[in-house]
Design a protein around this ligand. Structure first.
Ligand SMILES: [Zn+2]
Length: 310
């Protein structure tokens, strides 16, 4: 049987004017995606029969997933903004509401939380398990589809531990640089990875690099997804950058202490490497266990759909 993608269009999505966050920070280089290659001898998520029926394919795609048309995706409703590569801003009018260029958010974007709470992007990875062993509070992971199918056991451990998972695309592209069809492909394959591995359909979507404008939003809303950004960035990826002078762990902890005074906010971290996981564990100790998942932050649902276990 074909497991269809359900369409839930968020009504608030089309409403309202874009608002810009105050204290705009200058565009900074963001992390590259933590795509982990398949480890020999470890089983991927089996490619499901229903997905073969739907796509005609028999295995999970590589970095560039193929576009499979979906009947609920209506390109005529996608605003005609130009695609742009990372760091190239100003090609579209301000009302395109780019978060990566202008820190612009739309009314249905989640970018903060009533309690100071961590989030982790780019997994699952081999480092994720150490994080799971240390955390004593539910948190939110934004996972890459390609990593989910390559690390299905870790993905299931994330779920078994009671954490929330949202999509971070299939393979971590800079979404505004893609065609509409490529954006669909990135989202649909990440959702299918979650369908096949975790028996659920995600609600929350964090765009890689925070790169989202109203073209990407329009397509993600057709999938029922809601964008999640952040208001506190640890910039932990700089700890593993080639230039090791960019940032120190102490600077991260110093920032966290400042954020604690404000008592609220959504913190961006990464579980794609051991170094950033270790920092995440320390940040968790600094903040404590009184944290929320993204769904709890806004009183929303965890998933659009949870399918019966096979
Ligand atoms: Zn990422």
């Amino acid at each position: 049987m074909i497991r269809k993608l359900y369409v839930i269009i968020t009504t608030s999505a089309a409403l309202g004017n874009a608002l810009s966050l105050t204290n705009q920070t200058k565009f900074k280089r963001s992390p590259v995606g933590g795509i982990v290659t398949v480890r020999a001898g470890y089983a991927q998520t089996p490619f499901p029969e229903w997905l073969t029926e739907f796509t005609g394919l028999t295995e999970w795609p590589g970095i560039d997933p193929p576009y499979i048309p979906m009947d609920f995706i209506d390109f005529s409703k996608v605003p005609d903004y130009k695609s742009y590569p990372q760091g190239v801003c100003g090609v579209n009018p301000r009302e395109s509401c780019s978060f990566d260029c202008d820190k612009c958010v739309e009314p249905d974007d989640v970018y903060t939380c009533s309690k100071l709470s961590q989030t982790f992007d780019d997994g699952p990875s081999p480092a994720t398990e150490k994080l799971l062993e240390s955390l004593d509070h539910p948190t939110t992971f934004f996972n890459l589809g390609i990593n989910i199918v390559n690390f299905p056991d870790t993905y299931k451990k994330i779920l078994d531990a009671g954490h929330l998972v949202g999509t971070h695309t299939w393979s971590h592209p800079f979404m505004p640089s893609l065609t509409n069809e490529q954006i669909v492909a990135q989202l649909e394959w990440s959702i299918w990875a979650m369908n096949a591995t975790g028996n659920h359909y995600p609600k929350w979507f964090r765009p890689p690099y925070g790169a989202i404008d109203n073209r990407v939003r329009a397509i993600s809303r057709m999938f029922g997804l809601q964008a999640v950004l952040w208001d506190h960035d640890t910039m932990d990826w700089q700890l593993i950058a080639e230039d090791s002078n960019l940032r120190t762990e102490e600077q991260v902890y110093h920032d966290v202490q400042l954020w604690k005074r404000g008592k609220r906010g959504l913190i961006l971290e990464h579980d794609g490497s051991e170094k950033t996981v270790n920092v995440g564990i320390n940040v968790s100790k600094l903040i404590g266990d009184d944290q929320l998942t993204v769904a709890q932050c806004v009183g929303g649902i965890d998933y659009i759909h949870q399918y019966a276990q096979k």
